[in-house]
Structure formats: structure tokens, C-alpha cells
Write a protein that binds this ligand. Structure first.
Ligand SMILES: Cc1cc2nc3c(=O)[nH]c(=O)nc-3n(C[C@H](O)[C@H](O)[C@H](O)COP(=O)(O)OP(=O)(O)OC[C@H]3O[C@@H](n4cnc5c(N)ncnc54)[C@H](O)[C@@H]3O)c2cc1C
Length: 224
């Protein structure tokens, strides 16, 4: 470990010990909810400490940490009950390479700045570890897209303002096996049924039927 690595580790350990862990019991007693100013304060502090968006490159406003440094951060964050640790934002690093300028400006950079929040709708009743079993579909409809499928366990689905929805192409051509991702404005940020895992960032099922698909994000040919 370099000096910088050790310093980062110590910085995050202090943050966890002094700022997050003291709120664990309060969160536990209140279904994960803490006062807004507490949560906002944690998010702000995380950004100031250089761990606000650990997976993202500096050029986009992220922290530009190496994979090893990200592991050091996660190791410390993992010591605190997970809902509290999620003030450390971890959008997938590959977004930086595949998102268009419009997508970067609309979703990615605001999320890095803490102004927006995404969630990920991947898992289905019959598709958990094996994303190749995903049955949700997407098809073109005029200028937009229609999504059809039901997703389970969409963490932060109750508070996110947009969702990445994984689906297969429904146009019946050779693209049918592709898994695509896109971003979708959530019509209803508070779904009626919840699979609650105790903390405020719940994991609700999400039905996205005839939702407007804003645009494709990327395709992963042949990827499972
Ligand atoms: C708290 C929580 C939050 C979640 N958040 C999200 C989210 O934000 N978005 C989302 O889309 N999903 C989310 N999920 C769902 C999660 O991604 C799935 O639970 C996970 O992918 C496993 O799928 P599964 O539960 O269907 O189990 P399965 O895939 O059916 O696996 C069952 C068991 O078989 C094992 N197994 C599976 N495949 C293999 C293999 N090839 N070889 C050996 N063993 C294997 C697994 O390890 C497991 O023990 C969340 C789940 C939880 C519990």
C-alpha cells in the first residue's frame, strides 16, 4: 500500500467510525430513516472526503480512485449498516466510456454531483444471477421505446429518479439475444408493493409496462 492508500483508508475509517456508525441504532429504530439534514450532511461530507463517486473518473467529477483504492473504501464502508454506507456512490465505471454527451450531462454527471440518483432494474422472477435469462423486452415505438417486463428487488427504487432497465430486444431479429440497457424516468417513484430490507433505500419490484424508454444506453453483444 502506498502512503496515499493508507491515508485514504484512515480517512474513510474515521468517517465511518465518527459519522456513520453513531447513527446505526437510530436508523434501525426508524425503518432506516434519518433526518434529511443528517443524510444530506453525510453525502456532503463523503464528497468532501473524496469518496462521493469512487468509481467515476475525475474528468466527470468523480474521485478517480484505482480499483484497489475502491476496495479499501468499500472495506471500511462495509463495516456500517448498508443503508448508511450508501452515501458513497458507485455508478458503474463503464458508464464513462459508453454514455453519449447528452447522457453524461443528463444523468451521469448530476448523479456524481449528488443531484440525481439512479437505480438498477435487472433481476426478474426467473433471472437473478443469470442475466441471460432476462425476459423483459424493449421495442421501438415511434420516437421512443416501449419496455415490457417486471423487475424484482430494485434497490433505491423508492427514492431514485431514474432507472437503468435491462431487457432483451423484442424486434425478433438477430439482435434478440442482446441485453441492452437504457435509462428511464420513473413514472412512480413510490411503487405500491415493497420488498423491504429494513433500510430506507428499499428494494421494490418495479413493473415497467408501456413506459417511455428515453434512449438506449449501450448494448452488450454476447454478454451474459
Ligand atoms: C438486498 C438486495 C438488494 C438487491 N438489489 C438489486 C438491485 O438493485 N437491482 C437488481 O436488479 N437486483 C437486485 N437484487 C437482486 C440480486 O441481484 C439477486 O438476488 C441476485 O442476482 C441473485 O439472484 P437470485 O436471488 O435470483 O438467486 P439465483 O440466481 O437463483 O441463485 C440462487 C443460488 O444459486 C447460486 N448460483 C447461481 N448461479 C450459480 C452458478 N452458475 N454456479 C454456482 N452457483 C450458482 C447462487 O449463488 C445462489 O446461492 C437485490 C437483492 C437483494 C437481496
Amino acid at each position: 500500500m502506498t502512503e496515499a492508500d493508507r491515508e485514504l483508508q484512515a480517512r474513510v475509517r474515521r468517517f465511518v467510525d465518527e459519522q456513520l456508525i453513531p447513527h446505526e441504532v437510530e436508523a434501525e429504530m426508524n425503518d432506516g430513516h434519518l433526518a434529511d439534514d443528517v443524510v444530506d450532511g453525510h453525502r456532503k461530507l463523503a464528497r468532501e472526503l473524496g469518496i462521493g463517486a469512487i468509481t467515476m473518473p475525475k474528468v466527470l467529477g468523480g474521485d478517480g480512485l484505482t480499483m484497489f483504492q475502491q476496495t479499501l473504501v468499500q472495506e471500511q464502508i462495509g463495516r456500517v449498516t448498508n443503508g448508511l454506507g450508501w452515501v458513497v456512490h458507485t455508478p458503474p465505471a463503464w458508464l464513462a466510456g459508453v454514455a453519449t454527451d447528452h447522457q453524461l450531462e443528463t444523468w451521469v454527471k448530476p448523479s456524481i454531483r449528488g443531484e440525481r440518483m439512479e437505480c438498477w432494474a435487472i433481476t426478474e422472477e426467473g433471472a437473478g444471477s443469470d442475466v441471460g435469462a432476462i425476459t423483459a423486452t424493449v421495442r421501438r415505438d415511434g420516437d421512443g421505446y416501449v419496455l415490457d417486463g417486471e423487475k424484482w428487488h430494485v434497490t433505491s427504487g423508492n427514492i431514485a429518479d431514474h432507472v437503468f432497465f435491462e431487457s432483451v430486444d423484442a424486434e425478433g431479429d438477430e439482435l434478440a439475444a442482446r441485453i441492452r440497457q437504457g435509462t428511464l424516468e420513473m413514472a412512480d417513484p413510490e411503487p405500491t408493493s415493497m420488498f423491504d430490507h429494513v433500510y430506507a433505500e428499499q428494494t421494490p419490484p418495479l413493473a415497467a409496462q408501456r413506459a417511455e424508454f428515453v434512449e438506449y444506453h449501450a448494448s452488450f453483444e454476447g454478454e451474459k
